[in-house]
Design a protein around this ligand. Structure first.
Ligand code: UGA
Length: 435
């Protein structure tokens, strides 16, 4: 099929490359010239395992190109809108400027019979509003909403082999045709038996935000238990193992630690709350404000633990392991690691931080921090070592060897990812979160 993808960030770049990998003819469009130049050269503008390979495999086929020229839309029949919906600067709501701008540009170039497919995470009600705009500008163009559930670090495999497909389509013939076209786009996943849920616009939008709200709630639930564990001497890791054996609960996303960050979960729960308030249903999701607060309290807890162990923060040397919001990513958006590193530095600590992929992004955002290329250099002469992003490079560190480098053997395990017995056995004071 002939596909255009508007917006070449995490979502769009991966979607464009994956669609070409699946055999479609794809043009990716973005206003950012630097990003387009990199993608055109087959180089991803961010770290994402598997993406270089799909970009490379698509190149010789000639099925994938990137441009800043919006008129390229007219070469395609199915148009995915994959621009960002970040949090507005002065509130909780989603900033819809990029979506609105993408639709305005798109509608200048679409032709009768085309299908527009929204992929961006949007407040419920957006698709219905945009469908009216589409109907006014091009009555023979249909809008579908097809939320994306990819995880950074697994983005390509989540796109090529999703665990479900959700199509929000209008009622009647145009909706049936839209669902049929999406089945063709995702033919390999559909043939493999991927569940397909065909529904209305509002449900498809809510599926996305409620999935992320549920995941955020699950993480904050276990982090709330960690708070209780901290004053009772219980071990939250064992607790998670035990309740996780109940298939109704499940062990995944019950890892207590510094909590969730990234470009999705934090801003999505805030935008959901804001939208619910607009709808007069703020009470229904008020618990999400609590989920947010529990999450942010964990970051404060790590700063307090460092202060407690070092007897203050001014002049204390802290080696911070991790800057990305999670391993296998260079994304520092709303990263607990970067936030904690900056708070420690603001309080007078001498922070040296490292990350296998995120140092360059972090350096641009927080030039006041010191950065090291390796874990060994980050922890050298440290009074306290803080692990915040559980990269395998960090969780596999040998406590005895690291002990030779530091000034004091004190480690704060912000992800409960280290073996306390091994670290204590090597002479370390070990502090986890809720264990
Ligand atoms: C999340 C969702 O998992 C995806 O399904 C969704 O498509 C995506 O947002 C999106 O909306 O685009 P992602 O942001 O890549 O994906 O990251 P997750 O793997 O969900 O992790 C989010 C945060 O939760 C990370 O900071 C991670 O460290 C933290 N986390 C995760 C925990 O603190 N504990 C856990 O048990 C699991």
């Amino acid at each position: 099929m002939r596909i255009s993808v508007i917006g070449c960030g995490y979502l769009g770049a991966v979607h464009a490359a994956s669609m070409a990998h699946l055999g479609h003819d794809v043009v990716g469009i973005d206003v950012d010239e630097a990003k387009i130049a990199l993608l055109s050269a087959g180089r991803p503008p961010f770290f994402e395992p598997g993406l270089p390979e799909v970009l490379e495999s698509a190149a010789p086929s000639g099925r994938l190109r990137f441009t800043t020229d919006f008129s390229a839309v007219s070469e395609a029949d199915v148009h995915f809108v994959a621009v960002g919906t970040p949090q507005v600067a002065d509130g909780d709501a989603a900033d819809m400027r990029f979506v609105d701008a993408a639709f305005a540009s798109l509608l200048e170039h679409v032709k009768p019979g085309d299908l527009i497919v929204g992929k961006s995470t949007v407040p419920v009600g957006t698709a219905a509003r945009l469908a009216e705009l589409v109907a006014q500008a091009q009555p023979e163009v249909t809008l579908a909403w097809n939320p994306e559930f990819l995880r950074e670090g697994f983005a390509v495999s989540d796109t090529v082999s999703p665990d479900r497909l959700v199509y929000g389509v209008p009622e009647g013939e145009s909706g049936e045709r839209a669902a049929g076209l999406l089945d063709e786009v995702y033919a390999s996943a559909v043939a493999a038996g991927t569940p397909v849920i065909v529904t209305d616009y509002a449900t498809s939008e809510l599926v996305k935000v409620s999935a992320n709200a549920f995941l955020a709630t699950k993480i904050s639930f276990i982090n709330a238990m960690a708070e209780i564990a901290e004053v009772t001497g219980a071990d939250v890791t064992k607790l998670a193992d035990a309740i996780g054996h109940d298939a109704r609960i499940g062990r995944r996303f019950l890892n207590a630690g510094v909590g969730f960050g990234g470009g999705c979960l934090p801003k999505d729960i805030r935008a959901f709350s804001a939208r619910a308030r607009e709808l007069g249903k703020g009470d229904a999701v008020r618990f999400l404000d609590e989920v947010d607060q529990i999450n942010l309290r964990r970051r404060t807890r790590v700063v307090e633990l460092v202060r407690e162990e070092a007897g203050g923060l001014a002049g204390v040397r802290v080696g911070v392991l991790g800057l990305a919001f999670k391993p296998h990513s260079d994304d520092i958006r709303d990263s607990p690691a970067l936030d904690i590193a900056m708070r420690l530095a603001d309080a007078g600590a001498i922070v040296t931080a490292t990350d296998p992929q995120a140092v360059e992004n972090a350096r641009r955002r927080a030039p006041q921090l010191r950065f090291a290329e390796t874990a060994e250099d980050a922890v050298r002469d440290a009074d306290v070592v803080v692990l915040i992003t559980e990269w395998p490079e960090f969780t596999s560190l040998d406590p005895a060897a690291v002990g030779e480098l530091v000034a004091h053997r004190t480690v704060i395990d912000g992800r409960n990812a280290l073996d306390p017995a091994a670290w204590r056995g090597a002479g370390w004071t070990y502090r986890g979160l809720g264990r």
